[in-house]
Design a protein. Structure first.
Length: 228
């Protein structure tokens, strides 16, 4: 059976491009133009994934994310314009899975959806405990970190930060989420900790720390551990 995607987007052109691209990929696509329409569809036929535009005629995407998260863990990928940065971060912190900034390519959209769906699968089965890409291998169970086959020594905080990204590999994790999960909820404003520790991790794990292959910066939002 096809996976069902609900696209909530009021821009007719973008909506129809997404609809055709997703249908071609084999998804069963439903579309909604307003939050009200989306809410009605969510009650009627819950989708496997939601693509949510931020600027909608009848209200805030944030309310929809909160309402959905009260009842389900269905992946939500937010689509935003560049000037909606602050709103986008609030949605990620409220439980949206990832985001795309307009304009984006169909390839980017499909890649984000694949990652979001993979995480939904692993959340149901077992948590992610290993990560491998190119020269980097991480095993959270044994706390082993290898670069080009050689063990890398990380401090406990460096390891915790890497582990948090491994558990969300491929997805953006906001500054606030990283600070809360690694240092504690009272540290969510201490973004300089993150810059410092991310610098240390990159120095140990990246071949060219200034041009990271693994630990990617999502400007103004957070970080993402590359999976491809
Ligand atoms: Ca819009």
């Amino acid at each position: 059976m096809s996976l069902r995607v609900l696209v909530v987007e009021d821009d007719r052109e973008i909506r129809s491009v997404m609809q055709s691209a997703l249908t071609l990929e084999g998804y069963a696509v439903q579309t909604a133009v307003t939050l009200a329409e989306a809410s009605a569809l969510l009650q009627h036929s819950p989708p496997d994934l939601i693509v949510l535009d931020l600027g909608l005629p009848d209200g805030e995407g944030l309310d929809l994310v909160r309402a959905v998260r009260r009842q389900s863990s269905v992946p939500i990928v937010v689509v935003s314009a560049r000037h909606q940065e602050a709103q986008k971060i609030a949605l990620l912190d409220a439980g949206a899975d990832d985001y795309l900034t307009k304009p984006f390519s169909v390839a980017e959209l499909l890649a984000r959806l694949r990652v979001a769906l993979r995480h939904r699968g692993t959340a149901l089965a077992a948590a992610v405990t290993t990560h491998s890409l190119d020269d980097l291998h991480v095993d959270l169970a044994t706390r082993a970190v290898l670069r080009e086959g050689q063990p890398v020594h990380l401090t406990p905080t460096e390891f915790d930060l890497l582990a948090r990204l491994v558990r969300s590999a491929g997805k953006v994790v906001t500054h606030r989420q990283l600070l809360a999960d690694v240092w504690g909820p009272e540290y969510t404003e201490h973004t300089h900790y993150l810059r410092l520790y991310m610098g240390q991790l990159r120095a140990k794990l990246e071949r060219t720390p200034a041009e990271p292959r693994h630990l990617l910066t999502e400007t103004g939002v957070g970080y993402r551990l590359a999976t491809e």
